[in-house]
Each structure stands twice: as C-alpha cells, then as structure tokens.
Design a protein around this ligand. Structure first.
Ligand SMILES: [Zn+2]
Ligand SMILES: [Zn+2]
Length: 740
C-alpha cells in the first residue's frame, strides 16, 4: 500500500485498522514519504450507531509539515454525536421472516460444515474457569433451565430452552445454557445465567442420544431480565462477560464471535450485524451469502457513520490539495496500462429502448372497470374470530406461515402454547391440545379470508381539538397544560390522513396494521376482546428523548369491536396519570422465592420465601380511576416463566368472566436499571418487541417486590392513562378506487 502511495502520490490518504496496529510506525513511514499524517482512535458509538467499536484511523496529506492532519483530528472530535437510539432500533422483529430464514440457513450450513469458529480450544481450562465463577459468585450447583445431569447430554435436548435459544441452532456451533442463574453481587444485582458450550464435534439433531463429554465455554446471561437489550458474545468464557456491559449498546462485532441477543433468546443474524455497521439493510439485495459470510462481512466492515465522517472532514479540510479539472481520460489511459481486449464471444444484447410505448402491447384489448379496494366480504366477526383462533401461531417455531406437525401443548394457567420440541422450560401447567377434535386452519387460508373481510382503506373521524378540550375539561383536569398541548396537537394532526392496510401479523393472536403518514392503527383479534388501537406518530424531527415520543408510545384511542368489525363506541385515552395507594396482602402458604429455587448460595436467598397468593384491594372511592377493577386475589404461577418467575393471575370473578384474564407481573424495561423495573397489572404477558407496549391498568412503585412479610402493605401505584368514551368518533371505510 505504501509503495502505491509513494508512486502515485494521492493528495489525501485515510487508513483504518485495529487499535493494536503499529500506528506510530505507520505515521512515521508516511512522514518519511514526505506526507503529513496523524492517527487517532474513533468509537462507533460516538458517531450515531449504538455499537462499541474502537478502531484506529489515520489521515495523511501530500504535503510536509501541514497542519491539516491535526485539524482533522480536532474536527473529528467536534463531529461526535452519541447514539441516541438503542441497539433494538437496529434489530429486526423476532418473528420477522428474515430471522426465521436466517435461523434455518444456520442449521443447514452447520451440518457437515467444518466449524472454523470453534478452532482449537482448551476446554478443560474453560471448565475450571466456569467452576470458579460458580463458586465465587455463590451460584450453587443447580441447572434450573435444563435440569441436565452432570456429565451427560443429548443432542435432542437442545430443544428444551426455546425461550432462550433457538431450537434450530445447529449443535456443532450451538452454545447451550446448561447453567445457573443467580445474583451477581457486584454488578447491579442482575441475575445471571451461565452458558455452556458443547462439543465442537459435528453431530446431527436426528442422531440417537449421544453420551459425550461436556465442554464449557460459558458466558453469562441476565436471566431474570431476559427482556433486557444486550448482546452477549457466547464464544467467550463465563468470567469474561459479567453483565456490566452497557445496556442497549452492542459490543464490538467480530467475524468470530457468536452474538446472542438476550431479549430475543436467539442469535443476532448477519443482516442485523451489517445494520450495526450503519449499512442500510433494506436497500441491500443479499441472496447467496451464507450466514457466516454475512457475519464476516459485518465483522470486517468499517462503520459507515465513522468512515463517512472521516472522509467528509478530510475532503473539507484538504480542498486546496484537490486539483480541479475536467479529466476525461481514465487511469489506465493516462498510465498506458493495457486494457483487456473485448471478448468476441460475448452475448449480444438489444440496446435499451427509449420509448415506453415499445414495451406495451395489446393495450386496446384492456377493459376499464373500477376496482373497489373498499369492498369487503362481510364475513361476520364471530366467524372471523373463530377462524383466527384456529390458525394462530401455536409455537414460535411456526413463524408467521408454518404449522408444526408435532404435538402442541397449552398451559392451563397462563395460556402459553408451544410444540413439545420447543416447550419444556419454563415448565408451565401444559396439556396437549387435541387438534383432531379442534382442527387447525392453515394460516394462508385465514390470511386470505381476513384480507377480503378487511377494508384496505380507513379513515378515523370525529377527534377534533374541541372534542379533546371538552373531554379534558370534564375528565382530565389534572393534566399539565404543556403535556396536554403537545399531545392534543399530535393527536388532532394524526386524525385525517387516510389509513392504508399494511400487513397481517400472525403471532399468539392475529393483528392487522394500517398506517398513514401521521398515525398507525392496529386491529387485534382477541377472542374475548377484539379491538382497534389508534396511535399517533411523533414527528420525525422530535429528539429521541422528547416527552411526546413517550406519550405517543401508548394508544391515543381505542374501539372494542361490538358485534362487527367497525361497530362500537370509541374511547379516547387522555394522557392523565393518576397516583394512588392500594393495599397488597400476602395470603396462602409460603413458597420458596425464585432466587432460592435457583439454588443460589448467598445466605439472603438460601431460604427466602414468598406468598403463593396476594390479596389486592383498592379503596372504593378510587376504583373509578382504573380502566378495569384490579381488586381480587392473585395466584402465583411460578412455573410460567416471565421475569423473576413472578407471574400472578387473578382468580376470575363474575365480572371478569367475559373479559381477558388479568395478570400481575414484573414488567422489565428493555434498557434501564433493574431497580426501575416495576410490577404491573395487565392482560398481556407476552415478551414485547421493540417499541411495543402492554395495556397497563396500574403500575406499582418500582421498589415493591414479593416478600414473606405479614399483613397488608400500602403500595403506591400509577394509572398511566384515563380512557373516556367519546361520542361522534368513528372509523369508516374510505371509498377509494383504483382504475385498472
Ligand atoms: Zn416449536
Ligand atoms: Zn403457563
């Protein structure tokens, strides 16, 4: 490279390499070649993208004793801007078809492939480091996630931890969590879980059980907060990743690492790694690259935001060294380099035609008739809902389109479903679903029916400034005026533009999404309560931490379908937060706490207990503030997963019979401190995707945790929104025609 520079003397040179490169020597060599040069270190997360990636950069100009390289270094420092969004913004949704495909590709590629990533590893040393970590952190000896026995393992047991790792990750490169959970004393008390790396001998899932040696290349995972946004490098030993990484920022992606995303419970795919280098993945057409090649590409790439800034700053500062001109000769012509002769066998191609008319034939045979995209099949709501429940996703391995052949089980307590290969941990109270007695409907069939039943264009009308102001006067006196104004203006602006159908999503339930430039509307086909949720979009120019962005994360209005899809009374969600006190009393027997069940050896966890039931009561005068009355007895379902195994379900009363079940659970924040996580009352217990919110009836103060304390406790809580009925609001089919 240096020889090339010496020969051709480019006016500006920029180099990038790892920090450990001999930068001082490189600078010296450039100075010897009569350049001025300066090297600096730059970190990607200081340039817009949440990715810790420190690399050395050098800038040189073709002039001796020039001040430009120093100016370049100063200007680069002044161009810094911290990443304002978290890692999640760069990841695809967990059920995105591209993730599904990438995981399947991983499996295919790993079979029969020499796993170059495993290399030669001294597993014995890894194992002893792992044991030491268990001891030092008082994690005990249990393996609560897998219940594996010491010293033996079976390939097919890869499947027992689907919530934490893909059941399809191939054994030859898979890392299995056979480990432990526990508290990490020094790092913010986040629970951790060890991961064990298994044999690097290629083996297939379908082979009969193999008894093998257990190898460890453990890493640590925050199990208790598995909804936290972190990337763990599973190719590192357990004591290397201790949970002190900054949440929401990716560690340095390298070609040999195995990045595991904690709140997905699965690997980061190559495409996402490219995204974290600042590449626009939606504009790339990648087809034949293997997952390994994509990871290589990403691991060896330069972050576009950093390299782009270095180039722009260098160009701006070095204008005087760039010679202007109208050079039409190519590099080869100028230097007399021989150009390869044109191959005479080359296929002849028609020259491109200029006229569009030449491409179109048979136009005179076309008939013109209106195509009503507002026409719907009129299938009744009840039959749509019945079909929706027959075709929902029963297990994450089905993705958005498939139906598993395996037996499927449903938990009697929490309703969670999974196939028998993926299910297993958490245990649940699972019972097989009889698909013979209740046959399933192929998702593609239902998708077609649902599409023909849904209008393609919708319009929300009736939400005006006057209406909102009058609702505030009547119900929302306590809303601060600044918050009210920004929220009201955003919502009024969002009503109006036509909402167009975007997509159907098949998850635990079916969802349909509509979007306009200013708003998103989502239809959720819940068997007990189908509803439309209307969200206003914040203006793209709002800063990432603007209050309006937080306010608009929650729906601005909703419609519970009454009899048919578009029927019912709309409710507006006023942004009024109400603080009040409720009483919680432990009843029932005492059971071991989740820390104690994990076998943690710390004395404060060893015999810790919590109540198996909780009595929640609300002062009668405050019931009016709640969207749904939360008073009642809640039973602990500690086999059903969720953060800290703290899921509780309300014992249904007469009033609850027609409504979705009500849960009380710890709802962790994706990128925040564990101490900020709070218990909430909600009807939804699913793992949320980035920027999704659960419907919350009340959120407790974050310091409240389960305990064995006797007697009622007064706990303060917050009701985040106030729903009020609003007359005159309606969602209508927008009559639109396409002429074909
Ligand atoms: Zn499955
Ligand atoms: Zn369950």
């Amino acid at each position: 490279m240096l020889n090339w520079v010496k020969k051709h003397r480019p006016p500006i040179v920029i180099l990038e390499n790892v920090c450990s490169a001999p930068w001082q020597t490189v600078v010296k060599k450039f100075e010897d070649a009569k350049y001025s040069a300066k090297s600096i270190r730059l970190d990607t997360k200081a340039y817009y993208v949440p990715h810790t990636r420190t690399r050395g950069y050098m800038m040189a100009v073709n002039a001796q004793s020039s001040g430009i390289p120093n100016k370049w270094a100063d200007r680069m420092a002044s161009m810094k801007r911290d990443a304002s969004c978290t890692l999640d913004a760069f990841l695809l949704p967990s059920d995105d078809p591209r993730i599904h495909q990438a995981r399947e590709k991983l499996v295919r590629e790993s079979y029969n492939a020499q796993d170059r990533k495993t290399g030669r590893t001294d597993w014995g040393r890894c194992e002893s480091r792992h044991q030491r970590t268990r001891l030092e952190e008082a994690l005990g000896a249990k393996r609560p996630l897998t219940n594996w026995d010491e010293g033996m393992w079976w390939c097919h047991r890869f499947s027992v931890i689907p919530l934490l790792i893909s059941h399809k990750v191939a054994p030859s490169r898979c890392l299995i969590m056979a480990g432990q959970t526990g508290f990490k004393g020094r790092s913010n008390a986040s629970g951790i879980l060890s991961i064990f790396r298994y044999s690097d001998q290629p083996c297939k899932v379908s082979t009969p059980p193999i008894r093998g040696k257990v190898f460890y290349a453990p890493s640590v995972l925050p199990l208790t907060r598995s909804s936290l946004s972190q990337v763990w490098n599973l190719s590192q030993n357990v004591d290397r990743s201790i949970g002190s990484n900054r949440v929401g920022i990716s560690p340095c992606l390298t070609p040999s690492m195995i990045p595991y995303i904690t709140n997905r419970g699965g690997p980061m795919v190559g495409l996402e790694a490219l995204h974290l280098q600042g590449l626009p993945i939606d504009e790339l057409l990648l087809t034949r690259e293997t997952e390994d090649q994509l990871a290589d590409l990403a691991g060896n790439a330069m972050s576009t935001t950093v390299v782009g800034t270095t180039i722009l700053v260098a160009l701006v500062l070095s204008m005087k060294y760039l010679t202007p001109g109208h050079d039409k000769r190519t590099y080869e012509e100028k230097h007399g380099t021989r150009i390869t002769e044109i191959d005479e066998d080359i296929m002849e191609v028609d020259p491109p035609s200029d006229s569009l008319q030449d491409h179109v034939v048979g136009e005179d045979q076309l008939l013109e008739r209106p195509f009503g995209i507002s026409k719907t099949s009129g299938q009744p709501l009840s039959s749509l809902l019945a079909d929706a429940m027959k075709s929902v996703r029963f297990c994450t391995c089905e993705g958005r389109k498939d139906m598993t052949e395996r037996e499927v089980r449903r938990c009697d307590d929490c309703g969670f479903t999974a196939c028998i290969k993926c299910g297993g941990r958490p245990e649940h109270n699972a019972r097989p679903i009889d698909v013979k007695a209740h046959p399933r409907l192929p998702p593609s069939t239902f998708e077609r029916d649902l599409k023909s039943a849904l209008p393609m264009c919708l319009e929300l009308s009736g939400i005006t400034e006057e209406l909102l102001n009058s609702l505030k006067q009547e119900f929302g006196a306590a809303i601060p005026s600044k918050r009210w104004e920004i929220w009201r203006n955003a919502v009024v602006e969002a009503v109006g533009p036509e909402l167009r159908f975007v997509q159907l999503k098949r998850q635990e339930l079916w969802y349909a999404t509509y979007e306009s430039t200013k708003a998103v509307v989502e239809l959720c086909l819940h068997p007990q309560r189908s509803e439309w949720l209307f969200y206003a979009k914040p203006s793209p120019s709002e800063p990432a931490n603007a209050e309006i962005r937080k306010l608009l994360m929650y729906p601005a209005a909703r419609l519970a379908c009454d009899g048919s899809l578009l029927n019912g009374r709309w409710e507006v969600a006023l942004p009024q937060t109400t603080s009040l006190e409720i009483s919680i009393k432990g009843v029932g027997e005492l059971v071991p706490s989740w820390e104690s069940k994990l076998g943690l050896q710390d004395p404060k966890f060893l015999d810790a207990t919590v109540f198996s039931q909780l009595d929640v009561s609300v002062p009668p005068e405050d019931v009016v503030h709640f969207d749904r009355d939360i008073t009642g007895t809640y039973v602990l379902l500690d086999k059903c997963g969720t953060a800290n195994n703290a899921l509780h379900k309300k014992i249904a009363t007469k009033e609850d019979a027609a409504l979705p079940p009500l849960f009380f659970l710890l709802d962790p924040i994706r990128s925040g401190k564990p101490t900020d996580d709070a218990f909430v009352f909600s009807t939804s217990i699913r793992r949320l995707e980035y920027q999704e919110t659960r419907p919350i009836f009340a959120r407790l103060q974050p310091s409240w945790r389960q305990s064995s304390k006797d007697g009622p406790q007064r706990v303060s809580c917050v009701v985040p929104q106030k729903y009020v009925f609003a007359d005159g609001v309606s969602l209508k089919v927008r009559f639109a025609f396409l002429y074909l």
